[in-house]
Design a protein around this ligand. Sequence first.
Ligand SMILES: [Zn+2]
Length: 487
Amino acid sequence: MPVRILISCLLPLVFVFHLALRPAVGNELAASPSVTAASTINYSAAMRPAFAGDAQRSDLPEYALDLVVDPRTRKLTGAMQLTFKNTTGVKLQDVVLRLYPQFPPDIFGDGGNVRMEVRGIVVQGVPAKASAEARGTALRLPLPAPIQPHETISLSLRYSANIVAWQKGEGTFPLPSYYPMLAAWDGGWRTDVTRFPDRVYAQAALYRTRITVPQGWTATTSGSTIATTAQGTSVTYTAVTGPIREFAFSIGQFASARARHDDVEIVVWHRKGAGLDAAAAQMARHAAASIATFDARLGRYPYRELEFHLINAKRGFDIGAEFPGLVVVLLNGRYTDDTRFVTAHEVAHQWFYGVVGNDIYNEPWLDEAFAQYAATLVEEQWGGKAAADAVRNRHIARLANRTRLPAGLAITDYGKWNTYYAAVYGRGAQFLQTLRSEIGDEAFFAGLQRYYSEHKYGIARSSDVRAAFERSSGRQLDDLFDRWVGR
Ligand SMILES: [Zn+2]
């Protein structure tokens, strides 16, 4: 998922996720949670009309989040209700929630400075005592009685956390995965911890959120805002989502730039007076162009909106971090060709990682290589062949040459970030280009579209990619996959 571009002496560009967070707090939520019955929530409001039915899924977990964020005290307090069906196929004795903001600092030294406090946990109507594990990034909640397959589990809790600006002193706050999130099930609850920047491994879920901020502040979220209610000195943003992999939001005193593709609205939010109006407008236009390309080449984006949170960070490189329906970009001073590439790469993650999920610990190439390659399709459509070749040389070929390792290994198999980056982003994307020239455009794009539509809102494996391309091309592709992917 998240991603950054970093110019170093070793690599021309490195994508990385970026979190810069701070101290600890603990405060009670003033308002009591009020959660609307699931059946009355119109999740379809977040979908493009043609995909309204995609949000009517009783098999997906449903979250209700009621949050109050105070940027002056840097504190978030909230209440959460989660209802989900036991789709694991086995009798469950416990449930695991992940606390992603509590991950240790990443290899770039960012993060590791958020503390979440969870209390008042009630599971199936019974107060529960959670035990922390996985270095404080997971909470295991015993169930009062075992839950059979297909039965429903309900839990509620309250929590608080400190919030930290990604760019110190900048005054806006990206807040992705800022709630206890259901762990992924894979024969057991997954509690991976990594120091690489990508972290979230989750199944798609539906969200109804209410976020209260001071007057003058905006909360922009995954999904669509369906109501804005002012009361006293605060304002509450109510939002719903379709099936999304995780919920993210940002708060700030924002200005915005907008663009459209078909019935999808793109909004780029940035701090008022930060001098980002022109960059935001360019980013919105390029995001719209990217959605146009991907709609045609990969299969249609199902949601009504895509938002960006743009921050001027001037770190010497651009950083992008993709979350479903909300992309965070740390700009290096001005909008450049690299920003253009980062924008397209992050938009592509809405397809790969967002709609089609993957085990980012064991098969990270399924989102990163696909996003990297898809970004070059945008150049191919809007800039022409020479522009696409130049981008492929800069962002794929030069990178791929730096390793002989296959693209499909687990992150722990690569050890160093630079090796991981070269293999997963470079060789992985190079593989897709090679596959395309091997089986031809028609079979290649038919295979991509088949893969996207068959695994929509699910979690795909490398074998699913191979199966989709083998069917679209009518060829056995195991040699090619063995050589490039290693699976
Ligand atoms: Zn990426």
